[in-house]
Design a protein around this ligand. Structure first.
Ligand SMILES: C[S@@+](CC[C@H](N)C(=O)[O-])C[C@H]1O[C@@H](n2cnc3c(N)ncnc32)[C@H](O)[C@@H]1O
Length: 197
């Protein structure tokens, strides 16, 4: 499988970008154990009964944590069948589907909270992804987008951090679609929180 992330414009077959086959499963194991998600769960602050969607769930580290919150529904979309198999093991009750940021397959305004960790930089079309995230978020709901970086406390976060011009573009495109856009630098992740009017 090949894709062309908006951040580079170059085609890639990296197993971390679109995991498939044995390399994809190995990449999934690596991501499961190394990608940190706890600070994002705290930032999300899921309230009892809220419906939550994760975009690009990968091997399921965040889905597993979301299943431990008082959320109503926990749903996810990711284009990789390999990742779906891995993520399902961690949260049997979560509704995990194949799909992309630009085409989640969910209905209008289904979610109180939409989160995406470490994949905004690999979407082929940033604007199309954000349009879709806005569409599936309820008025008054929030979107949290996180990517490697933050205060860069690990070598991995330093290596994979998005450059400032790409972070500025994400902030700009979010401001065009949402209100109250706030950037926070966590230990290893740069996050943007945005609210749907
Ligand atoms: C680097 S992994 C991150 C996985 C997980 N969120 C984490 O932090 O461990 C990127 C994930 O994004 C998924 N992905 C690739 N293209 C995507 C797209 N256009 N929309 C949503 N997810 C995508 C991949 O299948 C992969 O599971």
């Amino acid at each position: 499988m090949e894709t062309r992330p908006w951040t580079s414009g170059e085609p890639t077959r990296s197993p971390f970008v679109l995991p498939s086959g044995l390399r994809g499963r190995l990449a999934g194991c690596f991501m499961f154990w190394t990608n940190r998600q706890d600070e994002v769960v705290a930032l999300l602050g899921v309230r009892p009964g809220e419906d939550v969607l994760e975009v690009g769930y990968g091997p399921g580290a965040m889905i597993r944590r979301l299943a431990g919150t008082p959320a109503g529904r926990v749903c996810g979309v990711d284009p990789s069948p390999e990742m779906r198999k891995m993520a399902r093991r961690h949260a049997l009750r979560a509704d995990l589907r194949l799909g992309t940021a630009a085409d989640t397959g969910f209905g209008d305004a289904e979610f109180d909270c939409v989160v995406s960790v470490n994949n905004v930089g690999i979407w082929p079309d940033l604007g199309a992804g954000l349009d879709e995230l806005r569409r599936v978020t309820r008025p008054g709901g929030r979107v949290v987008i996180a990517s490697h970086g933050g205060r860069r406390s690990t070598m991995l976060a330093r290596r994979l951090a998005l450059p400032d011009d790409k972070l500025d573009r994400i902030a700009h495109e979010l401001c065009r679609r949402f209100s109250g856009v706030t950037r926070r630098d966590l230990s290893d992740l740069t996050t943007f929180t945005a609210h749907r009017r």
